[in-house]
Write a protein that binds this ligand. Structure first.
Ligand code: SAM
Length: 246
């Protein structure tokens, strides 16, 4: 997969050189390029924002630097390649979920446009639809200062789903949100720590009982912390052996 990120703060994306995503880049599993939006301005002050039409607080990102930057990124692909997906982080976008991460992990090319101030002039998204599949995406129902933090989270969530990025792909299967429930609690050695015992079933060696206990815990925890998820949970989609836990 190739990812391009356009931002006025390219240094904000430096953490993507670290850990599993950094290693995936080194191993050639993921190509990631960060572009400075100001490189696509033409004035002496490298201006990227202006006052909003209609008045009001804050500034709006000017359309032309965005069009220049996105056109350059879009042009950098083979003629026969499909349109890349342009993800525009925005609190007014569709919610980013594990399902979105899986969907986007199937793409060959993703481009992220990091807004700042009050956001990007709306006409950029209309224009960009000619070159990209445009998806405004929200990290959650709160407002950040810019799209960069959202991009860090999304690239990590998508990148870890790419083949070869996470050493043991089994660990992706049992995680929170992989089957609609939260993950069960996990423990490591010692079995007694500050007078707290690890649940006995986990020491029993009985894999059937352990799987059953984990399923119960997933359900209990989801009901307690995220009852909204239970409303959409369909136990019928689980493997037959797992359904007996409910
Ligand atoms: N005025 C915008 C609104 O109310 O929808 C918020 C602008 S916000 C201060 C600046 C930028 O931060 C946005 O353009 C977007 O790129 C990013 N951003 C803020 N909150 C976000 C969220 N929940 N998810 C994704 N991106 C977000």
């Amino acid at each position: 997969m190739r990812i391009d990120v356009v931002s006025i703060f390219p240094d904000y994306l430096a953490p993507l050189e670290l850990s599993l995503i950094g290693k995936a880049r080194q191993d050639g599993l993921l190509e990631l390029n960060v572009h400075d939006l100001r490189d696509f301005t033409t004035d002496r002050h490298r201006t990227v924002d202006d006052t909003p039409y209609g008045g009001g607080a804050g500034m709006v990102m000017k359309p032309e630097p965005w069009a220049q930057a996105l056109a350059a990124v879009a042009a950098d692909r083979p003629a026969e390649a499909a349109k890349p997906v342009l993800i525009v982080p925005s609190p007014a976008g569709e919610r980013f979920t594990q399902a979105t991460a899986h969907e986007l992990a199937e793409e060959d090319r993703l481009v992220f446009a990091c807004g700042r101030y009050e956001g990007i002039d709306e006409r950029v998204m209309e224009w960009a639809a000619g070159h990209f599949t445009v998806r405004p995406v929200s990290l959650g129902d709160y407002v950040l200062n810019g799209g960069e933090v959202a991009v860090l989270a999304m690239v990590e969530a998508i990148g870890r789903l790419l083949p070869g990025v996470v050493g043991n792909p089994e660990s992706l299967v049992e995680e929170s949100h992989s089957d609609g429930l939260l993950e069960y609690p996990v423990y490591t050695k010692p079995s007694n720590w500050r007078e707290r015992e690890v649940p006995a079933v986990l020491l029993s060696g009985n894999h059937g009982n352990i799987a059953q206990w984990r399923r119960h815990e997933q359900y209990r925890r989801t009901a307690e912390r995220r009852p909204d998820l239970l409303a959409e949970f369909d136990a019928g989609r689980l493997p037959r052996a797992d359904r007996t836990a409910f």
